[in-house]
Design a protein around this ligand. Structure first.
Ligand SMILES: *Cc1c(COP(=O)(O)O)cnc(C)c1O
Length: 473
């Protein structure tokens, strides 16, 4: 018997065949060649398995395979997904979705030129660092403000500016790892400041700081908000007020890494108190850094607020240039901050705040819509059950957001299979598996995405597409 591989046509023979005409007119030739080579390699590897002599020579079959290959190759690497996990600040899914106003501002600035570094009043060079300053000082009560790439960058810049070549005193209970390889001791080392750790993991007193100041003559005192874990039991923490008082006595600035940057009122969100930038500055912190895309609900950015002497020095630090924020981010951050001028508007329009404070009854109603559309599916058990969402993004680790979820089991699929099929939909849907069932939480699904969610479910379960009224399309 001859090796079926000997029947495989050559690249040139196939490209000259009329069945490749349409592909060659829609794609550049080198891309078609690359795709064809890859398809031919696969056929050779499988030694033409499962293909008869006619099929192995059929140009139309190869054209079909190449067309599929090119379509898959055209799917962008970074794409929109539907987050049905109920984790609001899902770091793996891009943290904060942005408010409509922010998206519009970003779109506008991205598509044209802007006054990024141009003073429109005077017709001369301006500074990109001017743009969010008024809003940030108004919203936090700070003297001055600076925006860089993310909070990690803001912390490096602050440490480098305030204490390069000098010690920075911090409690051992606050030497946290935030995730994504961000550890306070390592960041400190890279910033050029020297770590002076005091106290023990569970207890640090003001005296520990005072002793370290006498002994090490540091450049600054640092407090880090333990965003993603809680110390409970036999604990003692040096308060910001104690650090501020010690700093005043010794002429040392106090830097506070706040992490999350909550600007809204936590009570209005139904959340426990969390230190906020304004309160930290009022308590006497000289410089406060926080993130733009955690509880603030804006684009990825790092914000520094505080005394103009320090913020000005940071702006002039050459390192600032390496950490600088881009125009699209600035536009999105400015539009998001603007919403905070009216706290009610912020709660209504900033998606992160809306999702955190979602009404459980409304979540239940949205679950029922999805469940109603799926109930006719043979063999599938569809339930609407109480379920909790999470804040995520390394904030409020112990808070469970009360709500409802759609619980799916059966339908001829194991939960892992269903979840995988949902991920392969377009747009992909990410849910969670718990107790042998798939759970879908509407809290993090934008109402505009409900139809895409139902389409993904129909695709995954192999049933007809159902629209939101439950009518087959
Ligand atoms: C999240 C966090 C950071 C890092 O913020 P990014 O904006 O992600 O760089 C820094 N410090 C604390 C305490 C945090 O919680």
């Amino acid at each position: 018997m001859t090796d079926p591989r000997r029947l495989i046509p050559s690249v040139d023979t196939l490209l000259d065949d009329p069945s490749f005409g349409a592909l060659l007119s829609s794609y550049p030739r080198p891309r078609v060649v690359k795709a064809l080579r890859s398809v031919l390699d696969a056929v050779r590897r499988e030694a033409g398995e499962g293909m008869g002599a006619a099929e192995i020579q059929d140009p139309a079959r190869y054209a079909g395979a190449v067309s599929g290959w090119l379509a898959r190759d055209d799917v962008p690497s970074l794409r929109r997904v539907v987050n049905a996990t109920g984790v609001v600040l899902h770091t793996n899914l891009g943290r904060a979705p942005l408010a409509e106003a922010a998206r519009r501002a970003m779109h506008d600035v991205a598509g044209g030129y802007s006054n990024l570094e141009f003073d429109l009043d005077r017709g001369e060079r301006g500074s990109r660092y001017d743009h969010c300053v008024d809003l940030l000082t108004e919203l936090t009560g700070a003297e001055d403000a600076l925006v860089v790439n993310n909070a990690a960058a803001a912390l490096v810049l602050a440490l480098n500016t305030m204490a390069q070549g000098r010690g920075v005193v911090v409690s051992r209970g606050e030497l946290v790892e935030i995730g994504g390889g961000f550890r306070i001791p390592e960041i400190m080392e890279r910033s050029g400041a020297r770590l002076v750790e005091v106290g023990s993991t569970n207890r640090t007193r003001a005296d520990d700081f005072a002793l370290a100041v006498e002994e090490h003559h540091p450049g600054a005192l640092l407090k880090v908000h333990r965003s993603n874990f809680r110390l409970v039991g036999f604990t003692e923490e040096t308060t910001l007020a104690e650090l501020v008082s010690l700093g005043r006595d010794h002429g040392l600035p106090v830097l506070y890494d706040l992490g999350s940057g909550l600007l809204a009122d936590p009570a209005a969100l139904g959340l426990p108190a969390e230190p906020r930038p304004r309160e930290a500055l009022e308590a006497g912190a000289d410089v406060v850094v926080f993130s733009g895309d955690k509880l603030l609900g804006g684009p990825q950015a790092g914000v520094v607020v505080g005394r103009s002497e320090w913020v000005g020095r940071m702006r002039r630090n050459p390192l600032c240039r390496a950490l600088r924020v881009d125009k699209v981010t600035l536009a999105g951050l400015e539009a998001t901050l603007r919403l905070y001028r009216d706290p009610e508007r912020a709660l209504a329009e900033i998606p992160v705040l809306r999702m955190l404070s979602a009404d459980p009854d409304e979540l239940r109603r949205r679950c029922e819509v999805v469940a109603g559309a799926l109930r006719p599916t043979p063999g599938l058990t569809v339930e609407v059950v109480p379920g909790t969402g999470a804040v995520g993004g390394g904030t409020y680790p112990e808070v469970e957001l009360p709500g409802w979820v759609v619980r799916l089991a059966g339908g001829g699929l194991r939960p892992a299979e269903l979840i995988e099929r949902l991920r392969s939909a377009d747009p992909p849907v990410v849910g969670r598996v718990e107790d042998d069932a798939v759970l879908l939480d509407p809290r993090t699904v934008h109402p505009d995405e409900e139809e895409a969610l139902l389409r993904a479910l129909a695709h995954a379960l192999g049933v007809g597409v159902v629209d939101l009224d439950g009518e087959p399309e």
